[in-house]
Design a protein around this ligand. Structure first.
Ligand SMILES: Cc1cc2nc3c(=O)[nH]c(=O)nc-3n(C[C@H](O)[C@H](O)[C@H](O)COP(=O)(O)OP(=O)(O)OC[C@H]3O[C@@H](n4cnc5c(N)ncnc54)[C@H](O)[C@@H]3O)c2cc1C
Length: 251
């Protein structure tokens, strides 16, 4: 989606072909996904939703997955997800999982003592979610992991304990996100989705596991700070709409 947003500044028209019903649905939920989809549509992006790409056919300057070979295209990036480029490690003795990721421990050490790895290519135990083994392909996480790996290479005995945090910008609007929302079962939204001025709390059971916002600073950073302190945020605390306990400002 970031590529699509960028291309609107360069291309005559931009089309997104997507297997899901709503973009960002699994990551941000149905309602936030729809609001962002509208933002893209308002910026001339055309969506072909619930369309699975199994092949691309070019015809008279147009390209598309059958039965839609009708999207004008000079450039057709295909972005079906990322896989780690770790094939060159297969003979090295460093363990890889079935998807090619490099499992590391809290010190970012691979299966070989003294050999460390960090970034998009690793899975690691997420301390803040009961050491669940995860892959988090974001800039902040790669940075934090690289730091921990370097400290351990210098025998400083550091462990990765950061709360995942990311921001991205599309059409001049910043989306911020903190936590690890995989498996959320409810979304509590405060603010105005139509105005793209909102905060969305993702909950699992009684617990807030992640948060996303647009034009609602400094909520996401504050939530990240609270989660990093080890405190659990309960669903009822974010349902009222009064965020003064979080931001330190009177309501
Ligand atoms: C389109 C796009 C948009 C993104 N937007 C955001 C965003 O808004 N916010 C955010 O937080 N994150 C974003 N990310 C993710 C972010 O870029 C990554 O999480 C981050 O770059 C990971 O850093 P890394 O060092 O692990 O890997 P990389 O940055 O991918 O660096 C790995 C480097 O290793 C090199 N390499 C690979 N194989 C070999 C080899 N065999 N020998 C030598 N060199 C090799 C590669 O060429 C590359 O330069 C985005 C990613 C993409 C693709």
């Amino acid at each position: 989606m970031e590529v699509a947003a960028y291309l609107t500044e360069k291309a005559h028209s931009v089309s997104v072909v997507e297997v899901e019903e709503t973009p960002f649905r699994r990551f941000l939920g149905e309602r936030v996904g729809r609001a962002l989809m509208k933002m893209f549509e308002n910026n001339r992006v055309k969506f072909y939703m619930q369309t699975e790409v199994s092949e691309l056919r070019a015809q008279e300057g147009k390209v598309g997955p059958p039965p839609l070979p009708s999207i004008p295209a000079l450039l057709g990036p295909v972005l079906p997800g990322a896989v780690p480029a770790t094939g060159f490690l297969r003979q090295s003795g460093i363990s890889l999982d079935s998807r090619g990721f490099i499992p590391v421990n809290k010190m970012m050490q691979t299966s070989i003592p003294g050999v460390f790895a960090a970034g998009d290519a690793v899975t690691f135990p997420l301390a803040w979610r009961n050491n669940r083994r995860v892959n988090i392909p974001h800039w902040q996480m790669a940075h934090a992991q690289g730091r921990v790996a370097a400290q351990n290479m210098l025998a400083q005995e550091a462990e990765i304990s950061t709360v995942p945090y990311l921001w991205t910008a599309m059409f001049g609007k910043s989306l911020r996100y903190a936590g690890y929302g995989d498996g959320f079962d409810d979304v509590i939204i405060q603010g105005d989705l139509d105005e793209l001025k909102f905060v969305a709390f993702y909950t699992k059971g009684d617990e807030v596991i992640s948060v996303a916002s647009m034009n609602y600073d400094p909520i996401v950073s504050k939530v990240a700070e609270v989660l990093a302190s080890g405190r659990t945020i309960r669903k009822r605390e974010v349902e009222t709409g009064d965020m003064s306990w979080l931001t330190g400002k009177g309501s």
